[in-house]
Write a protein that binds this ligand. Structure first.
Ligand code: RFL
Ligand code: PHB
Length: 396
């Protein structure tokens, strides 16, 4: 097999890249270890930045999102039993977020690629990368019982944090920045009408809690829990009790319960690979970086990476200019570190530190008061949350 761009991974990064390349008239093949049903049902992110939603619409894959996604113009911060709203749109010239499940984005992209004749091979195994230091890289893999080879001009490593691409780079060629946060998130999806119209980020002395949603019938909720938490220690009654406690307000907020459809525990880490390129291998999305989920940024960052990559590949393959490819890593990393900072800041603002004491508690409350009162501070949160423009820091 032969193609222009060999893409490893059919998550948001790989699928969006394939879709954008198709629009530039560039061929690609996507290889995915999991089945189509699995990737279409994996529950993960839910918040699309303003520009992510616009990109889906502008490139013809936003129709269902426009119909079914929930547009939000604000988020709520809850602390000391009171709720304060951040007017995201009022503070950012009308920019907003769209609540639409990651697996819905994945479904829409897969449908669009297949309808356009795009090639996605699911259920592949034994994926290895060869010749990334040459100008003729090859991906070897097993599919339907046979070993196959995909020859390409470049490889896009979009295979997530646990993929094989990053590990294919020779030792010493990449610098890794890794930070483990001392807590995890226990997340549930419940068949319950959301208890508020907007997302609620709650600071509480027992730990952070988040109220989000997927539709008018499905609520998504998260609790800060210690690392290595076992789900077996958290029967439904305990989860709901803890959510009621942490989301309570002095004016009697009521949280609607419902059957739990899905649950999981996610460790929180910050991770960055530099550079995001080695020879003819370009890393994008979670394969290159991870952020803690408090800023709702992972999927959006993955999409920003592949926008840069699609543009760079377009100028190279159509005009023969390599400057875009050479700038790819630095261009991505400026955004990656900005988002890494924002996600770390939101995490620190809202989570109970392991060494929590009255002093740290008072500091967090003082900052929450400030962020929800000062227009300058609220604008900082708002513009980062809805997403800075793609090339917000372009050096000229
Ligand atoms: P993905 O989605 O992990 O996709 C990688 C794909 O590669 C496949 N794969 C391979 N394929 C071929 N060969 C191999 N050797 C392979 N190894 C792996 C995998 O099966 C998979 O299909 O990475 P991508 O595309 O970079 O997308 C990143 C996002 O998935 C991730 O950043 C977000 O989900 C993070 N995230 C959030 N991001 C947001 O923007 N907003 C949010 O609200 C948000 N909330 C979250 C989140 C992540 C969470 N968890 C579970 C990690 C909430 C949670 C709880
Ligand atoms: C979600 O709805 O899954 C979600 C929302 C906001 C976050 C993280 C996850 O910060």
């Amino acid at each position: 097999m032969r193609t222009q761009v060999g893409i490893i991974g059919a998550g948001p990064a790989g699928l969006m890249l394939s879709h954008l390349l198709h629009q530039e008239g560039i061929e690609s093949v996507v290889l995915e270890t999991r089945s189509r049903a699995y990737v279409e049902s994996r529950v993960r992110a839910g918040v699309l930045e303003h520009d992510t939603a616009e990109l889906l619409r502008d490139t013809g894959v936003g129709e269902r999102m426009t119909r079914e996604g929930l547009v939000h113009t604000g988020v709520e911060l809850r602390f000391e039993g009171i709720t304060r709203r951040i007017d995201l749109s009022g503070l950012t010239n009308g920019r907003r977020i769209t609540v639409y499940g990651q697996q819905e984005v994945v479904k829409d992209l897969i449908a669009a690629r297949l309808a356009a004749g795009g090639q996605i091979l699911f259920d592949v195994s034994e994926v290895t990368l060869e010749g990334i230091d040459t100008d003729a890289p090859v991906i070897r893999f097993a599919h339907e019982g046979t070993i196959r080879e995909l020859s390409c001009l470049v490889i896009a490593g979009c295979d997530g944090f646990h993929g094989v691409s990053r590990g294919s780079v020779p030792k010493g060629a990449l610098r890794i920045f890794d930070h483990t946060y001392p807590f995890s998130w226990l997340g549930i999806l419940a068949r319950a009408t959301p208890s508020a119209h907007e997302l609620i980020y709650a600071h509480h002395e027992r730990g952070f809690a988040l109220h989000s949603m997927r539709s008018t019938e499905v609520t998504r909720l998260y609790l800060q829990v210690p690392p290595h938490t076992e789900l077996s220690d958290w029967p439904a009654a305990r989860i709901w009790d803890e959510l009621h406690t942490r989301l309570a307000t002095e004016d009697g907020f009521t949280l609607t319960e419902g059957p739990i459809l899905e649950q999981g525990v996610t460790p929180m880490r910050g991770f960055v690979t530099e550079p995001m390129r080695h020879g003819r291998l370009f890393l994008a999305g979670d394969a290159a970086h991870i952020v803690p989920p408090t800023g709702a940024k992972g999927l959006n960052l993955a999409v920003a990476d592949v926008r840069f990559l699609a543009e760079a590949l377009g100028t190279w393959l159509r005009q023969g200019r390599e400057t875009g490819l050479d700038e790819y890593s630095a261009r991505c990393l400026r955004r990656v570190w900005r988002v890494q900072h924002f996600s770390s800041w939101m995490t620190g603002l809202l989570h109970q530190p392991v060494d929590a004491d009255e002093f740290s508690h008072r500091l967090q409350v003082a900052q929450l008061e400030y962020v929800t009162t000062s227009t300058a501070a609220a604008t900082t949160l708002a513009e980062n949350y809805v997403g800075l423009p793609l090339d917000w820091s372009r050096r000229r």
